[in-house]
Design a protein around this ligand. Structure first.
Ligand SMILES: Cc1cc2nc3c(=O)[nH]c(=O)nc-3n(C[C@H](O)[C@H](O)[C@H](O)COP(=O)(O)OP(=O)(O)OC[C@H]3O[C@@H](n4cnc5c(N)ncnc54)[C@H](O)[C@@H]3O)c2cc1C
Length: 474
């Protein structure tokens, strides 16, 4: 067997996709996975917006073959006040998104990785040593073994993240209490998300018939009230399909959104880098995007090992940036439900909102690029590799930037070379190649962000000086 280039711990969606991409590049990859049934949601949804990523990763034929299609209707009961009611939407095929059976998805992604050349070892990872770049594992025979490779990736999901990372920031502890229902009755074609005092309920019909009902609840409240009691009272208070459910929950899984800070020397991918709130339904999309960026990091590391520190910093910044955007979006959604503001689940999330509110600044009437900016090297992801480029240090955050949103800092500086108003910059933007693609709204957002970072500053046109009056005595 060829010596392993990359050791990937965990063959969930993130680990398997990463392995497939790297094997297709010709690297020797070993995947470590313990065969254990998944604890939580048997099926998960992926929003329609993920379509292009699903296509790009070559997963569309798999999704079509397995009929991983979202339900034809979506219901939401989430109201800021007044009488709660469920608003139902009929979805066109393009709007339905996907609903995947996790056991099938995970199995097929592993088959894909093996097909691409990955070697899978049925083993439980016991520890990861960053300094020695090795992984200690237990085989199914009970024998322990230590494996090493030039690059080690932790893709063990949220729980396994802790083997080589600590929690950097996170939401209040959340528990997903789930129950499987045999007969979905009249609600077999609709996915419903419903806010209740204890948290929110998620009704999802299964492809094999029946449905899954999950309550996302505050872990502290579950501990003090009891899982059965909190689940049953949530169902009793529901107005959606959950109101018919009389059984208690079968499983409880931790579902706390957390951003991890990896130990230097180990790359993290998927939920092991950051786990987001299930409310966004974007965990799998994030796993796909994380696998793509981690693949770029691995290729770069294997080609230029001296860049290790910058590559690890780049990957961590990528995950932290994505996590914070998800946090903002999710907390914004929680803010829209005000009926239960005093209940533990909602109170904790409303309090957290202030911390993640996007920093918005409004663009001054007249502005101009800052005269002296300090150039700084940084890595930029281009065509599947991280490349060394020169950016500029933000005078306000002291972090290097090559782009602000979709626009390069160089382009921004060119457009704001001369003082002007927003309309002047819009006109100049048309003259910059490629810039006419951006809408005025997008350009305003980018310029506001550039102002926040200090790349452009407010400009006050100086009034022409009045000629100095002659002193009568002169
Ligand atoms: C309640 C709940 C509902 C969710 N709903 C959705 C949804 O609807 N849509 C969505 O997109 N996302 C959803 N998510 C998020 C989604 O499940 C994750 O984002 C996704 O599974 C991340 O993939 P991953 O490969 O990073 O991690 P995982 O899927 O967790 O894979 C990690 C792999 O590592 C293996 N492993 C772990 N520890 C060891 C060990 N010590 N040794 C060997 N192997 C090990 C595991 O067996 C597993 O195969 C939900 C999450 C929760 C908790």
């Amino acid at each position: 067997m060829k010596p392993t280039d990359v050791l990937i711990a965990g063959a969930g969606p993130a680990g398997s996709l990463l392995a497939t991409m790297l094997c297709r590049d010709g690297f020797a990859v070993t995947l470590l996975e313990r065969s254990q049934p998944r604890q939580h949601m048997p099926e998960e949804t992926i929003p329609a917006a993920a379509g292009p990523v699903v296509e790009r990763l070559g997963l569309a034929p798999l999704f079509a073959r397995e009929k991983f299609f979202g339900t034809p209707r979506r219901g939401v009961c989430w109201s800021p006040g007044g009488t709660p009611e469920i608003s139902c939407t009929n979805l066109t095929p393009a709007e339905r998104g996907f609903k995947v059976v996790r056991e099938v998805l995970d199995r097929e992604l592993r088959v894909m990785a093996v097909g691409a050349g990955a070697h899978i070892l049925d083993a439980t990872v016991l520890s990861i040593d960053a300094a020695a770049q090795n992984v200690r594992l237990r085989l199914t025979t009970g024998k322990e073994q230590v494996l090493t490779a030039p690059v080690v990736v932790n893709a063990l999901g949220a729980r396994g993240a802790r083997l080589s990372a600590s929690v950097q920031e996170g939401f209040p502890d959340t528990l997903a209490l789930t129950c499987c229902i045999d007969n979905a009755g009249a609600d077999a074609d609709i996915t419903v998300v419903e806010a209740v005092r204890a948290g929110w309920l998620w009704w999802m019909p299964r492809s094999i018939g029946g449905s899954v009902l999950t309550l996302m609840a505050d872990a502290g409240e579950v501990k003090s009230t009891g899982a059965k009691s909190i689940f049953e009272s949530a169902c009793r208070s529901a107005i959606g399909p959950a109101r018919h459910v009389r059984s208690g929950c079968d499983t409880g899984t931790r579902a706390t959104p957390e951003l991890f800070s990896p130990t230097w020397g180990i790359l993290h991918c998927g939920d092991a880098a950051a786990g987001i709130d299930p409310l966004s339904s974007q965990g799998l999309l994030k796993a796909m995007l994380s696998a793509e960026r981690t693949a770029a990091a691995v290729r770069t590391l294997l080609a230029t090992p001296t860049l290790r520190r910058s590559v690890e910093e780049h990957l961590q910044a990528f995950h932290a940036g994505a996590w914070r955007i998800h946090a903002q979006e999710t907390l914004d959604w929680y803010r829209r439900e005000q009926r239960f503001a005093d209940a533990p689940f909602w109170k904790a999330r409303h309090t957290l909102q202030a911390r993640y509110a996007p920093v918005t600044v409004s663009l001054p009437t007249m502005f101009v690029r800052r005269a002296r900016l300090v150039p700084a090297p940084l890595l930029v992801c281009e065509q599947g590799m991280l490349r060394e480029r020169t950016g500029y240090l933000s005078p306000h955050t002291n972090e290097p930037y090559h782009q602000v949103g979709p626009i390069s800092v160089d382009q921004l500086l060119r457009m704001t070379e001369l003082p002007g108003r927003f309309e002047d910059v819009c006109r100049r933007a048309l003259a910059v190649q490629g810039m006419s693609l951006h809408s005025e709204g997008e350009l305003r957002t980018v310029l506001s962000e550039a102002f926040r970072l200090g790349f452009v500053e407010s400009f006050r046109a100086e009034l022409p000086r009045a000629p100095s009056a002659q002193h009568p005595m002169q």
